[in-house]
Design a binder for this molecule. Structure first.
Ligand code: IPM
Ligand code: MG
Length: 365
């Protein structure tokens, strides 16, 4: 199989961690005889500096022609005072909108070896396996009107959804729940917002198409609490854009490090893959970044854009294996001094590749 992957590594630690994800994909290609091509393009702060815009036309054109787009991270402190539509983040939002993927899949799971990293007690964290489906193209992020009228001292954004936008993301969430533990939790703020009332009514209607899945509704404020108190009770969680943004960062606490979490955005013209973590400018270029979120994102590329389930599972198994063997990047070594070996970004990438090679070799012999 041929896979044309456009890589937009972006800012901060983006290039470092994406480099390791690409190296893993190259290792898989070499082992399996598939042909993966990687085309690197600019996005975010680097694009603002070099091209004068956070999403150059050339990047967008290449992305629209790709089989999959792999993104690192965008953003940097030097852009913090810019207006939202000029910042590196605007490039990310624009590429999301152009590629059209509306369902952002964000798993939050506990690695047994990392429970010590979570501030939550091990008996709460152990065995957690939640899949968030965050609506990615609607709500406050894209709703109009939006403005900051400085003269008036007034600013506004609009939370807007159509019924169809809710139904299509709900359908994907139900389908995923059907393949998992058959429970879907829909999160809204229907005690206050009309948008949420429509959200709740629409998700309930779609539920009729999926009789095998149990649907529950939660309000976003109490959900934030339930995720910390009893995270094992949740299977698939579907919610609107901003609620999903907040709840998925909160859920990273379960994993112990934001650096572990991958994401895939599906449902549009071209799938977009990005680790959940940001650009972490404070540690950029120092070899301290955790590449495992990006590497697990590479696994999602294989699963959702190439139908290579065995290889995706091999990557995930290799990540577990290196953790079991005690290898950690600095963010994962906190709280652990005994029996762990701290590796740089590149060393961690190499360790994962070595483990994948051994596993695939063992599987084929
Ligand atoms: C995320 C990020 C982005 C978002 C930012 C960088 C625009 O926080 O992917 O969760 O808010 O969607
Ligand atoms: Mg976020």
């Amino acid at each position: 199989m041929k896979l044309n992957i456009v890589v937009v590594a972006g800012d901060g630690i983006g290039p470092e961690v994406t480099g390791e994800a690409i190296a893993v994909l190259k290792e898989i290609a070499a082992q399996s005889g598939h042909e993966f091509t990687f085309t690197e393009k600019r996005i975010g702060g680097v694009a603002i500096v070099q091209d004068g815009t956070p999403l150059p036309a050339e990047t967008l054109e290449a992305a629209l022609r790709a089989d999959a787009v792999l993104l690192g991270a965008v953003g940097g402190n030097e852009f913090n005072t810019m207006a939202p539509d000029k910042r590196p983040e605007a490039g990310l939002l624009a590429i999301r909108a152009a590629l059209g993927g509306f369902a952002n899949l964000r798993p939050a799971f506990a690695f047994r070896e990392l429970t010590v990293n979570s501030p939550l007690r091990p008996e709460i964290v152990e065995g957690v396996d939640i899949l968030f489906v965050r609506e990615l193209l609607g709500g406050l992020y894209f709703g109009k009107p939006r403005a900051w009228d400085k003269a008036k001292g007034e600013a506004w954004n609009t939370m807007r959804y159509t019924r169809d936008e809710v139904a299509r993301v709900a359908r994907i969430a139900f389908e995923l729940a059907q393949k998992r533990r058959k429970k879907l939790t829909s999160v809204d703020k229907s005690n206050v917002l009309e948008v949420s009332q429509m959200w709740r009514a629409t998700v309930s209607e779609v539920a009729a198409e999926f009789p095998g899945v149990t649907l529950e509704h939660q309000l976003v404020d109490s959900m934030a609490m339930h995720i910390m108190n009893r995270p094992r009770d949740f299977d698939v969680v579907v919610t609107e854009n901003l609620f999903g943004d907040v709840l998925t960062d909160e859920s990273a606490v379960i994993t112990g490090s934001l650096g572990m979490l991958p994401s895939a955005t599906i449902g549009g013209k071209v799938n977009l893959y990005e680790p959940v973590h940001g650009s972490a400018p404070d540690i950029a270029g120092k070899g301290l970044a955790n590449p495992l979120g990006a590497i697990l994102t590479a696994a999602l590329v294989l699963r959702h854009s190439a139908g290579m389930e065995a290889e995706a599972t091999a990557i995930e198994a290799a990540v577990r294996k290196v953790l079991e063997e005690g290898y950690r990047t600095p963010d994962l070594a906190r709280g652990q001094t005994q029996g762990v070996t701290v590796l740089s970004t590149k060393e961690m990438g190499a360790k994962v590749r070595e483990t994948i090679a051994k596993q695939l070799l063992a599987a084929s012999s």
